[in-house]
Ligand binder design. Sequence first.
Ligand code: ADP
Ligand code: MG
Length: 320
Amino acid sequence: MTTQSELLVIALGGNALRRKGQKGTFQEQYSNVEETSVYLADLINRGYKLVITHGNGPQIGDTLLRHDAGAKIYNIPPFPMDVCGAETQGFIGYMIQQALRNELKKRGIDKYVITVVTRVIVDENDPAFKNPTKPVGQFYSREEMEKIRQQNPEYVFVEDKIRGGWRRVVPSPDPKIIAERYAIRTLVDAGFIVVASGGGGIPIIEEQGWHAKGVEAVIDKDLAGQRLASLINADRFIILTDVDAAYINYGKPDQQKLERVTATEARRYYEKGHFAAGSMGPKVLAAIRFVEEGGKEAIIAELSQVTQAIEGKAGTHIIP
Ligand code: ADP
Ligand code: MG
């Protein structure tokens, strides 16, 4: 059944890959991706073109630990963060290619899924580089932390008094341009389902305006997904997560679900601090930016309700 040919950019949240309480075995993550693929295949079956992006927080956390353990146990030189980001894009992309392609074959849909290792250009003068905020990797004792800092004087650590220990923090700069945007759009036009900009993309800067270089930073995956959606002219940008909508007064007795709001209204709530930084905040900001940059509609919804959300029956809809 092919009735639609809209292009949707879908941002998958943490729960699409790994659930609370899971250890993170490959089988657990792959089973979650198989479940997620059923929802994605429902959309493809309706004729939508899809570009899929996803988070990688817990996955890159584990990858950094593997590199760390490899260095300690086998003396294998650890890779920098941008390379670890590329590793996670590869393995998560593999899971989606395999599980979604299987689901499509099962349904007799002749579509292929392909992952693009995606770099995202950030501004080397982004104020985030002077104020790293995003905790990554393992917890260290004060002694371990000081030893690492002797070898890497540029590293910044913060103490987590609640969980006990020191953790490295890295900058979270704003995504500017998705370096692989033309390749992604070309693959979409050729009929591929594309997985791109995983984990917010691999952050790169352009020295002297042209020379690309990976940096130790983390880009928010919803903000990067928005840049991608706008740059490839997606019809709609859809953020899927583990809560059914964005709320104002969230968690309070008078919390209120936002069903349909203009970008202007959403910005007003955003500026009043209704959406927590690091979780719902960047989602709402990404949705607002998509509409402000000419997109028709951005949706924030629960993963299992994606079909209803696209039909306007679930989730938060941000419109011009
Ligand atoms: P994901 O991993 O799916 O990308 P996050 O876990 O970062 O997403 O963010 C989703 C979480 O945001 C929800 O589980 C919810 O607890 C939290 N949240 C914070 N503020 C709000 C709000 N105003 N409305 C809805 N959820 C909110
Ligand atoms: Mg989460």
